[in-house]
Design a binder for this molecule. Structure first.
Ligand SMILES: Cc1cc2nc3c(=O)[nH]c(=O)nc-3n(C[C@H](O)[C@H](O)[C@H](O)COP(=O)(O)OP(=O)(O)OC[C@H]3O[C@@H](n4cnc5c(N)ncnc54)[C@H](O)[C@@H]3O)c2cc1C
Length: 399
């Protein structure tokens, strides 16, 4: 077993780290560069994106022929983690959600024509995208089998009616991947449709007010009231919606974990820095056993997360679906992110509760990690079902 990162990937990892330090963190430290939703201002982002492109650090997850770096998934893991040493890093390198997952599924399942039209502009950073699946009660959330948004066949394509919510980025997105019901078949009832924001027949009802910082374009509630999509803009085949979702969400869950590990390490760094400087009752905070136990335990959880993520990434690189490995990583890293932000704030005292550091940003952001792309309980269900099915085979090594 070899845990060494190939030298070319390690070099890219270190280059990314340096870029974040030299170019992104100084921008992050100056609040005038932030927008009203605690994200980086779009004009500032554009300048940084040009620099990232020039440095050859652009869309690590997208295939080379479509304008990305074409890295294997273990490369994504090492690079994403460094990218999210700044809360703005993933946007700058064009590897933020939901664009990264959308690029990935379009690259894997799009036709050549679809890749030209829908994928290339996202990879180039000219447009943003959204993935539209979740519905309010009584529609589909954790259980996609409950999706109610319907596409009816017309002579040239499909007409769509329905209601969705929590669609990340919708207010800024141009390219949408929309999941709708085309039949009542439990396995083959959903279909993925591609549409452009300028098409009529849909509208944003509201940008939902949330507790955390927001991705560009927010999280929106959307109505479909006769959106027309032609046959050429079906992603995959009619009835392939569930498959498309799996292709998109497996890696997308893992890339969330990769980024969250970067944020967790950032929390640890801020905590360690303060503990090194701060004294009380005659000794440094960093020398207190209670501080060392907190940081030691957090370091261990982060490293467990990195191993789970890297193993899942490696399995995906071998062509495995890595369902169990991804579920384990998702549950563990979401918890680790909460722990990292909480310990970071605790060690920093009142300073941690202020907006003088990004700890409070990460703390508010972290809460979504146990919900998005499969709530914790759903992944635990996947794992217990797998164990019930596989017994001792659950623990096997290899692919
Ligand atoms: C910040 C944010 C961004 C999002 N972005 C997008 C997006 O871009 N596109 C999109 O389509 N969706 C998006 N979502 C929606 C997200 O994917 C859903 O919230 C998630 O799938 C859970 O669905 P739900 O909210 O309907 O929860 P429900 O299905 O109503 O479940 C509620 C709770 O019930 C529990 N539960 C559910 N199933 C089980 C089970 N089997 N066993 C035990 N307990 C269970 C869990 O605790 C769960 O949190 C986003 C959500 C958030 C918060």
């Amino acid at each position: 077993m070899d845990f060494t990162l190939p030298p070319e990937l390690d070099a890219l990892r270190l280059k990314t780290r340096q870029f974040v330090q030299d170019h992104i963190l100084p921008i992050e430290h100056d609040r005038s560069n932030w927008d009203a939703h605690d994200n980086i201002r779009l004009d500032v982002l554009e300048t940084l994106r040009s620099k990232a492109k020039a440095a050859g650090l652009w869309a690590p997850q997208a295939p080379k022929e479509w304008g990305g770096m074409g890295l294997p998934m273990i490369g994504w893991a090492s690079l994403y983690e460094e990218a999210n040493a700044s809360i703005f890093g993933p946007c700058v390198f064009n590897c933020a959600a939901p664009d990264d997952g959308n690029m990935n599924v379009l690259a894997k399942r799009g036709t050549e024509e679809q890749k030209k039209r829908w994928l290339t502009p996202i990879v180039e950073g000219k447009v943003r995208s959204a993935f539209v699946m979740t519905e309010p009660h009584p529609g589909g959330g954790s259980d996609p089998g409950m999706i109610q948004t319907r596409a009816e066949k017309t002579s040239t394509g499909w007409r769509i009616h329905g209601h969705k919510w929590f669609i990340t980025g919708a207010e800024e997105a141009s390219h949408f991947i929309l999941m709708a019901r085309t039949s009542d078949d439990p396995r083959k009832g959903l279909t993925a449709f591609l549409y452009h924001k300028d098409q009529p027949g849909w509208s944003i009802e509201r940008r939902i007010d949330i507790m955390g910082p927001e991705e560009h374009g927010g999280h929106c509630e959307i109505r479909y009231d006769g959106l027309e999509v032609d046959d050429a803009n079906i992603l995959g085949e009619v009835g392939d919606g569930l498959k498309i979702t799996q292709v998109r969400l497996g890696p997308a869950r893992l890339t969330h974990c990769m980024r969250w590990l970067g944020l967790s390490k950032r929390c640890m760094e801020i905590a360690q820095d303060y503990a090194n400087q701060r004294t009380g009752f005659g000794i440094r905070l960093a020398d207190r056993e209670s501080t060392r136990m907190k940081l030691g335990s957090l370091a261990m959880d982060i490293e467990i997360g990195r191993l789970l993520v890297m193993r899942a990434a490696w399995l995906l690189d071998q062509g495995d679906f890595a369902r169990k490995a991804i579920s384990m990583a998702k549950v563990h890293v979401a918890d680790t992110l909460h722990k990292a932000a909480d310990i970071g704030i605790q060690i920093n005292g009142a300073r941690g509760y202020s907006r003088d550091t990004v700890l409070e940003w990460i703390y508010r952001y972290a809460r979504q990690a146990r919900l998005v792309d499969g709530a914790t309980e759903v992944h635990q269900m996947v794992l217990s079902d797998a164990y019930a099915r596989e017994g001792n085979e659950f623990w096997k090594w290899g692919v």
